[in-house]
Design a protein around this ligand. Sequence first.
Ligand code: MTE
Length: 312
Amino acid sequence: MLIRIIDPAQAREAEATDEAVYWNRRAVLGGMAMAGLLPAACAEAKAPNLAPLAARKTRSLNEKLTPYSSVTNYNNFYEFGTSKEDPARNAGTLRPEPWSVRIDGMVAKPQVIDIDRLRKLFPLEERVYRLRCVEGWSMVIPWVGFPLAALIKLADPLGKAKYVAFETLNDPKQMPGLRSSVLQWPYVEGLRLDEALHPLAMITVGLYGRVLPNQNGAPLRLVVPWKYGFKSIKSITRIRLTDRMPPTSWNRSAPDEYGFYANVNPAVDHPRWSQATERRIGEYTRRKTLPFNGYEAEVAGLYRGMNFQKNF
Ligand code: MTE
């Protein structure tokens, strides 16, 4: 039997599936594998062996979901290589359990929280968000997680805290890409405290109803849907409250190309890529990029009076 692997870059709109079709197909493929009609590894790719997570659906989008296979095989995670296929291929060396995240800096209650406790601490929500990469592609993903604000409030920020700094795991044994000097390690990101407390900003621990695959930032990552994808830092080990604007990996690497704010803005082009349009993975024709990635009504208030040409 010939199983066609769709290259996301070539896929046409008609080939994109929604969630229901995806899971339906997954069940069919699983059944075929059991009946000996498919090699096990092939069915495996469609039916991840990852723990299911119970979550309340709190936010949907009237848009087609990006197929699970694209969400998990077309990634940016430089700790595992710089090509889109590298993370799925190489992230098997990441050990997402045991894992803990430290919250410290300008907080009254600094603490280290274990991932198991974290998954139980806050009610898990499923929220469908657009994710727009500065390279010009986008996806629609059903994330599972909780508001970043809930986690920050647990540590009780001090009045002088103005920013939140995030840090990814920095272990060359688990992350072969750290041997390359393509970025300064660990990967770091940051938000203004009021951005971090915005209800749309989310810590995610899963997608498509299951725990996060390693290549998507297991066991926990940030998702800030109104900003370019590079703000959504993966495999977080530390969250630090500070009064200074923290360094961010891409700004450090190319300050003229990547600003601290990185709000999705079709009016300000990246020096190498226009930001006016985007290609939704699984679609053929490009679509117009929306200011703040379509979340303008909810987040524009955070940036009133700000010059977006200067603060890109
Ligand atoms: N986080 C870490 N630690 N390392 C990375 O290389 N890449 C970023 C972001 N988070 C990255 C990261 C970029 S450029 C994007 S577009 C998104 O992750 C991609 O997320 P996805 O692979 O789940 O689609």
